[in-house]
Write a protein that binds this ligand. Sequence first.
Ligand code: UD1
Ligand code: CA
Length: 470
Amino acid sequence: MALKHKISVVVLAAGEGTRMKSGTPKVLHLLCGRPMVDYVLDAAAGVEPQAIVVVIGHMGEEVAGRISQGWAKTNRMSQILRFAWQREQRGTGHAVACALDQVPDCDHVMILCGDTPLITGNLLRSFFESHLSAKADVSLITAVVDDPGDYGRIRRNEKGNILGIVEANDLLPEDRHIREINAGIYVVRRNILAELVSQLDDNNAKGEFYLTDIVEKAARAGYTVSSFSCDDICLVQGVNDRYALSQAESRLRQAILRKLCLEGITIRDPGNTYIDPGVTIGRDTIIEPGTFLRGKTTIGAGCVIGPNTELIDSHIGDRSKVWFSVVERSVIGENVVIGPFAHIRPDCVIEDNVSIGNFAEVKNSRIGRGTKVHHHSYLGDSIIGSQVNIGAGTVTVNYDGHKKHMTVIEDNAFIGCNANLIAPVRIGKDSYVAAGSTITQDVPEGALGIARERQVNKEGWVARRKHKLN
Ligand code: UD1
Ligand code: CA
């Protein structure tokens, strides 16, 4: 639904995240393979804002770079995305003050924290609608919890009206019973935001300009302050340390797995399966335990993936099986078997009905239909035709110490065991390469290439040696 009021979103992402104890800025920590802030930006996009202003500070270039090159590009949001610098991190209120210049003329401003990755566009839309229907000047999301921990607490008067927010570090004895917390998500009417923020001071336990204090300022000034209660605290959980990060990731992961299960995918052990949010899987595919499906991976229908398999940005065609293996940035056809113990490195195209397994490594290669690559082989920088048999221990010798060279093996060729194919080289259609050969020249179509010492048997050698030794 299109919302008829103009809104902009400010995302606070300038803090270091001291409690993460990390060299990586907090909002760039990954959750199921994506930076935390991306989830917040996804949700922000859900309210169809005129602009999204991200406040950056600590390692701001990295944060801005990652967002512009990643989220904004993928979602085509560069046009509405802006960055505002907060050079010194003097608190959430100060961060909003730094963003004001970048916020366009609009009716309302929604303020989000970059460290609440489980919020959703649906939640934010409902929140905004409730702000509008309450005709509120300031609205905030709250939740009632058993253990309010580090969250700011909501102070109300006996009538239930909000008086303000008190931070965990500044609690007075009479605040200790409060179980209603501030989720750190607000909507403020654009034309009073600057006025409220300008009244903040840093007279508190942390010596920071708290954004939370605008609520008390608004209430005192007689503005309408309204709250929107979220019954699922998980959705608004703030991630301040690595334990909260792991909890948020596990919630997100279970939500991804649940959705896939309901779409007709069997996930044998959801406690031991790791699937990124961008992954798609067809019906009746079975995911065995110990499986990691990362990035933009897509899997067809009726496949078996795992156990103990990692697929990164790869496509797997229908009815294929990948077990105990790793596939990176490659395209795998239908009815293919990969594994056990295969490594498909980037830039491979594996056509239908191929089987690759038992300690085989393939890199930057195209492998034609029905070809078999079994037992301890290495195929790098190669083009392999259809119905080729790659014998045990076959190696494409693609690297001369300076450059990589191509190996071409045409349809129906048969490569015997332990052959070295010194690239650049071409093995013709229907040809054979004898086991143990080191092939340095092209093998013509239909020929047998044999390149090894002839065998010599020395009759009676053992007896003669024994005699000498005595
Ligand atoms: C904040 C709220 C608290 C609320 C909680 C919800 C304040 C003072 N407190 O606490 O009431 O319950 O969120 O999760 O707002 N940031 C900046 N610049 C700064 C400081 C922070 O951009 O100078 C950013 C951080 O990067 C972070 C967000 O603001 O993304 C929140 O800051 P954080 O320090 O995590 O606040 P909390 O202590 O969690
Ligand atoms: Ca926080």
